[in-house]
Design a protein around this ligand. Structure first.
Ligand code: ZN
Ligand code: ZN
Length: 469
């Protein structure tokens, strides 16, 4: 069986019988019995290390399978987790977790609460035994069983999950047995009950840990239905809860496969854009705008949806460029989103005002990583005649970027912008180029080896060898 590493320990995690390892929706879970260590391989007790002899006999612990002496393995415990009715021998090492797992199979509420209280301490002090003996499955299983009137126990379960998730190498396994389902469930229940900010914060932070780890865990979070509670909690009056919700959603949105799920939530896009429009908190605007920027790189349909919704809330994306002039990361996120949206051919009229905003922004002294998105956006817009007047009347701003010291990419987008305008309005553009000094333009063009090669190749095709009459 595959082992996983938790801190310095190598652990064989408990497995459940049946096809699915996820116990969140299970009505009961049955653990697979451990493989017994062979008698011959053990000359001494696995716990106290006393040598076996005629008097000190060997005994197997039914839950870990190790060979131990009678002193270390004298507990007799019911183990419904193995579907056994009899009392079975369990060693002192296994006892704390096994007792909890056993109690979790009871119908008595009191036993369930006691199981969780004990697990809270063991998760902190001995996480390896929690993983090896079914304690992790017990937590997931009990999270589902708790309703809105058992908030104290649900809060303790949340703390257990959070504590276990601080061991990052185990996250994938946690997700397979149902941790993310449990967290989503906890968020759904706790956000409908008053005064649960502690539990909500802890559950959110645990979900954040999953969401930052890998694309497959981001997708898993979406499959478990966490988008709706995250959007809902994003509206919380508690600034911490609101920020962690949005941060987590932002991490999930880094995987483009999640975008449809986010956009298909009712009013999600409108809420996000309104937030960009109205939030007074720069960190908040930056995070939400980044999410929109990530989604703006999607297909034409997604771009169109964003543009329509954005115009309905008052062009929030380009307005932030005016509102937050001294926050370069906000400017960069907004300009990047506009640059992506600018390739949507059906939305050029709606986006017209963004061209002016970008030109104004470029006339300020922007950092290179902001300018690059602004000029990329303008180069994309310049394909459309609709924007030619605005671009021509601000031509010096674009021409000056040909000479930018920020690097060849900015120069290249500026060049692309100029040539797009030239294609739309040859005479006006050529006059504008002449006024601004055409030498830079020709120099930058000459530097683009591949462009020059293609240009000359197409000209060469037009000049076949001919004989005069
Ligand atoms: Zn012993
Ligand atoms: Zn044991």
């Amino acid at each position: 069986m595959a082992t996983i590493r938790i801190d310095t320990e190598q652990v064989t995690p408990a497995k459940v019988e049946g096809d699915s390892q996820n116990v969140f929706r299970a009505s009961k879970f049955v653990l697979m019995k451990p493989k017994w260590q062979s008698d011959e391989s053990a000359s001494a007790c696995g716990l106290c290390k006393s040598k076996f002899n005629q008097i000190r006999r060997r005994h197997h612990c039914r839950t870990c399978g190790r060979v131990l002496c009678a002193k270390c393995c004298s507990n007799k415990v019911p183990v419904p987790q193995f579907q056994m009715d009899s009392l079975e021998r369990v060693c002192n090492g296994c006892m704390p977790v096994v007792t909890c797992v056993t109690m979790s199979h009871s119908e008595e509420q009191e036993f369930l609460c006691r199981a969780v209280s004990s697990l809270e301490i063991i998760c902190r002090d001995n996480p390896a035994s929690v993983l090896a003996l079914g304690g992790a499955q017990t937590l997931v299983y009990l999270a589902r069983k708790m309703s809105g009137c058992q908030m104290k126990t649900l809060g303790q379960i949340t703390t257990c999950l959070h504590t276990l998730c601080l061991h990052s190498g185990v996250l994938l396994w946690y997700s397979e047995i149902g941790f993310i389902d449990a967290l989503t469930h906890i968020l759904q229940i706790s956000s409908s009950v008053q005064d649960q900010s502690g539990m909500i914060s802890e559950a959110l932070d645990t979900l954040r840990i999953f969401s930052k780890t890998s694309d497959s865990l981001k997708r898993k979070a979406v499959q478990c239905g966490c988008i709706a509670p995250l959007l809902h909690l994003g509206q919380s009056d508690n600034p911490f809860i609101s920020l962690v919700s949005m941060t987590t959603l932002g991490l999930i949105a880094e995987c483009s496969a999640t975008h449809n799920a986010i956009l298909s939530q009712k009013n999600a896009l409108r809420d996000l854009l309104s937030r960009v429009n109205s939030s007074k908190d720069d960190k908040d605007v930056e995070i939400v705008l980044r999410m929109i920027m990530l989604m703006s790189a999607g297909n034409q349909e997604t771009k169109h949806r964003i543009v329509c919704e954005d115009s309905s809330v008052g062009s929030a994306i380009s307005q932030v460029i005016k509102k937050w002039p001294s926050h370069p990361q906000i400017l960069a996120n907004a300009a990047c989103a506009i640059a992506n949206l600018a390739t949507s051919c059906d939305d050029q009229v709606t986006l017209q005002n963004s061209v002016i905003v970008l030109l104004q922004a470029l006339s300020q002294n922007l950092p290179g990583y902001v300018s690059i998105h602004c000029i990329r956006a303008l180069a994309n817009f310049a394909k459309y005649e609709l924007h030619a007047n605005a671009l021509l009347s601000n031509f010096p701003i674009i021409m000056q970027l040909l000479n930018s010291s920020y690097g060849p990419l900015i120069n290249s987008h500026a060049l692309r912008c100029i040539f797009n305008v030239l294609q739309q309005r040859a005479v006006d553009a050529s006059k504008a180029i002449e006024r601004c000094g055409s030498q830079e333009l020709i120099l930058r063009l000459a530097e683009r080896e591949s462009v020059m090669r293609d240009l000359l190749a197409s000209m060469d095709r037009d000049a076949p060898s001919i004989a005069t009459e």
